[in-house]
Design a protein around this ligand. Structure first.
Ligand code: CTP
Length: 224
């Protein structure tokens, strides 16, 4: 059977939640993994769109890129782009919370302590999981403990097809590191453990799984 190309939307990088004109809350994501997945997917001939938080990376050649700042901006861009895509690889590290109030003027250091009230951001992936239609949804999870169990729970909670779950500790972080060790978990709990892979190597293995699932679930249906 001739393999058709997939329209893949990939999110990458951190979101930034502004406190005042000079400060924000964010996380350690560098975007390198998401950008690498986009580069490898494009190389395989897929149609690739990248929605990226602030990074210092150059977009891969031939990939449409939309740059965003906050989680709300990322949600808007993804919801617009998802309509033209049949697979989402949600690699972005979305901030779960944002400051309730944006201080228009720079906050001066006038007090010994300062509280900032945070409110919840929408869970972009979970929202899309509710209106999945004929799409493949791939998530990422970073856990300090119970990586497999936590990853599978997120896969089920967000109605995903695959999830990449990695451990994070004081001594090892997948953020910005050259090599990745993680599980690729499927719906039924079946998993593949990948150890010490470079980001290009890991991306290729992940795309093998994505393509495999895509052709089994969707192309076989269309071929009937
Ligand atoms: N995600 C999202 N929107 C959010 C938070 C997370 O779309 N507001 C996505 C991430 O891009 C990732 C997946 O959900 O693909 C899991 O993210 P993770 O931060 O590991 O888990 P959370 O659901 O945020 O749960 P927790 O932080 O409590 O572990």
């Amino acid at each position: 059977m001739k393999k058709s190309k997939i329209k893949i939307l990939i999110s990458a990088g951190p979101t930034r939640e502004a406190i005042d004109p000079v400060r924000f809350i964010s996380n350690y994501s560098t975007g390198t993994f998401g950008f690498e997945i986009a580069r490898q997917a494009k190389r395989r001939g897929h149609q690739v769109t990248l929605v990226s938080g602030v990074t210092c990376l150059k977009g891969p050649v031939g990939v449409k890129i939309r740059k965003v700042g906050t989680a709300l901006e990322m949600q808007k861009a993804i919801c617009e782009e998802i309509k033209d895509n049949n697979c989402l690889i949600m690699n972005a590290a979305v901030c779960d919370y944002r400051p309730l109030k944006f201080f228009k003027r720079k906050i001066k250091k006038s007090k010994k302590a300062f509280n900032i009230k945070l409110i919840e951001n929408p869970d972009i992936l979970k929202g899309l999981g509710r209106f999945k239609e004929n799409r493949l949804l791939v998530g990422f999870a970073v856990e300090t403990e119970n990586v497999l169990k936590g990853g599978l729970a997120k896969l089920k909670e967000k109605n995903l097809d695959l999830i990449v779950a990695a451990k994070i500790s004081k001594f090892h972080s997948p953020f910005g590191s050259a090599k990745i060790s993680a599980y690729i978990i499927e719906k039924q709990g079946k998993y593949q453990k990948i150890t010490n892979a470079t980001k290009p190597e890991f991306s290729r293995k992940l795309l093998d799984r994505v393509e495999g699932l895509w052709y089994t679930i969707f192309q076989s249906k269309q071929g009937r």
